[in-house]
Design a protein around this ligand. Structure first.
Ligand SMILES: *Cc1c(COP(=O)(O)O)cnc(C)c1O
Length: 233
């Protein structure tokens, strides 16, 4: 019988090999790419196993789940990434439990995060989520590329927020190479304004190779490591 640890070890090794190969193919050093294990819907015990297997970066989508697991695993030295959409009324919870907030896409959220971080006496890293849909639709999330500079300036004015880079999800049914190439252009432009904002969070189980070809520094991988999620998020 295969234990959960063996299962995770094998899947993790496969993903790490995919990352290594994608880096070699792209002429990049694998040390340039950080793997974030996306553990949403999976129990804290899985995160404990992954930490034992060498994972340091963990991604969660929902504020409540992030808070619960972070509290359960306070004894581990992990870096917590809030990768999902953040509702303004969840800003305080997310700020208290995340080290990096990936999906910052609008002014009102920036102000809410600043207030929450100030109240919690914390500084958090934030990424601008860029909407890569050529025809952005309401509700999918993400800042349109032509508004990224303005949002970056607003974030940079907040003493408790550190602008650390950009994040994106390839649009459904889009060519991921085309999408991540657009992200690269937007990010390069942002770097002229905010040279410290080096993180490019892109690529998931299905498209991490394309993301690495287009300069991803952080890939967010869930199902390829942990298996298919019981419920869809
Ligand atoms: C769930 C999720 C992931 C991981 O997706 P997989 O396809 O399971 O690898 C990555 N990024 C975001 C924003 C997610 O919500």
């Amino acid at each position: 019988m295969t234990t959960r640890r063996e299962q995770l070890a094998r899947a993790l090794a496969d993903v790490q090999e995919r990352i290594r190969r994608a880096c070699v193919d792209a002429g990049r050093d694998p040390s340039e790419v950080t793997l974030i294990a996306v553990t949403k819907t999976w129990p804290a015990s899985d995160i404990r196993l992954l930490a034992d297997l060498g994972i340091r970066h963990v991604g969660e989508s929902r504020a409540g789940e992030l808070a619960d697991k972070h509290a359960d695993l306070a004894d581990l030295d992990l870096i917590w990434h809030a990768i999902g959409q953040v509702q303004r009324n969840k800003a305080a919870v997310v700020v208290q439990h995340a080290d990096v907030i990936h999906a910052v896409d609008r002014d009102s959220l920036v102000s809410a995060l600043q207030r929450a971080a100030d109240a919690a006496d914390r500084t958090v890293q934030v990424l601008i989520q860029v909407n890569l849909d050529p025809q952005p639709t309401e509700g999918r999330g993400g800042c349109p590329p032509d508004q990224v500079r303005a949002l970056a300036q607003q974030i940079s004015a907040q003493p408790r927020l550190t602008l650390a880079g950009v994040m994106a999800v390839a649009p459904l049914r889009a060519d991921p190479d085309e999408a991540f190439a657009r992200l690269a252009v937007t990010h390069e432009d942002l770097l002229t304004l905010a040279p410290q904002a080096q993180m490019r969070s892109a690529g998931m189980s299905e498209d991490l190779e394309a993301a690495i070809r287009h300069g991803a520094t952080h890939v967010r991988v869930g199902s390829a490591i942990l298996g298919n999620r019981p419920d869809l998020l």
